[in-house]
Design a binder for this molecule. Sequence first.
Ligand SMILES: NC(=O)c1ccc[n+]([C@@H]2O[C@H](COP(=O)([O-])OP(=O)(O)OC[C@H]3O[C@@H](n4cnc5c(N)ncnc54)[C@H](O)[C@@H]3O)[C@@H](O)[C@H]2O)c1
Length: 314
Amino acid sequence: MTPRSLLVTGAAGFIGSHLVDTLLDLGYRVIGVDDLSRGRKNNLVHALAQSRFTFIEGDVTDVAFMRSHVFSHPIGAVWHMVANSDIAAGVADPNVDLQSTFLTTFHLLTLMREFSVRQLAFASTSAVYGVHEHALDENTGPLFPISNYGAMKLASEALISAAVESFLEHAWIFRFPNVIGSRATHGIIFDFLKKLGNRTDELEVLGDGTQQKPYVHVSELVEAMIFICQHASDKLNWFNIGPPDEGVTVLEIARQVLRVASPQTPIRFTGGNRGWVGDVPKFRYSTEKLRRLGWAPKLTSQQALAKAVQELCS
Ligand SMILES: NC(=O)c1ccc[n+]([C@@H]2O[C@H](COP(=O)([O-])OP(=O)(O)OC[C@H]3O[C@@H](n4cnc5c(N)ncnc54)[C@H](O)[C@@H]3O)[C@@H](O)[C@H]2O)c1
């Protein structure tokens, strides 16, 4: 990705804020937009101190606002990190993912076309795959997501593919597994710590604890995204990012959090083999495509977990 002026949507969120910090460290000029519905300005303390960073508070789906306040700045490429990050809320009300996960992409692409911005990096997810027995590689199909979130991410990927055909020069789609680390606004470690903040006589764990998924640390995720943009030069590029290991179970995560935060607290499982409707209880990634491009994580899921627990508990 060669343009020096970048727009990051969801800039004050968990992943967006880490991305902004790294892009600034690499010398880019960055405009960050966020409506602060989940993100925090506090996540941008480092960025706000730099003259190459501009923060704009606003809603990405407000096209008139985006036109006059955001796209009035020079923008060479867009990193689209906004989405609904509360998957259970999206199951309860499909409108949540229609608005936050799909229409944000739709409106952004409309504006990019209008302002001739031709490069897009997009945060997608393992949830687009649905349930499969084997390790998920980028050619796995059919793609039948089981959550509205996954469905709206897959629909966003489809829109991006169509935009590549009509006006985008390059698009990079990153399919993240679970991402963990400092500044988390949601996710399993965040949820456990929040529950322990309310009561320490038990830790409620959704499901039976056997759910097992790969976890990537946010620092390595950001490194991988930037590496992919610098090295994958097809018009449409799509990659799984993460460790190729078996992942860690929910029970292991609960135990690790309790060991650090509240060793005496017993676990209570809600039962069943999944956390909520739309939860894919087990998956494993093939990251061979990314390894062939030249990048692999240094941390296993277990090591990423240990690092994230330490960061979030300190
Ligand atoms: N964290 C994970 O484990 C994970 C896994 C797979 C994919 N992803 C994807 O990565 C991206 C970033 O996720 P995250 O974990 O940092 O979540 P996050 O909720 O911390 O970040 C999203 C940010 O977008 C902002 N936002 C929401 N709606 C907006 C709108 N209409 N206009 C402007 N800002 C808006 C929120 O305030 C928040 O700061 C998302 O697209 C998410 O789907 C995350």
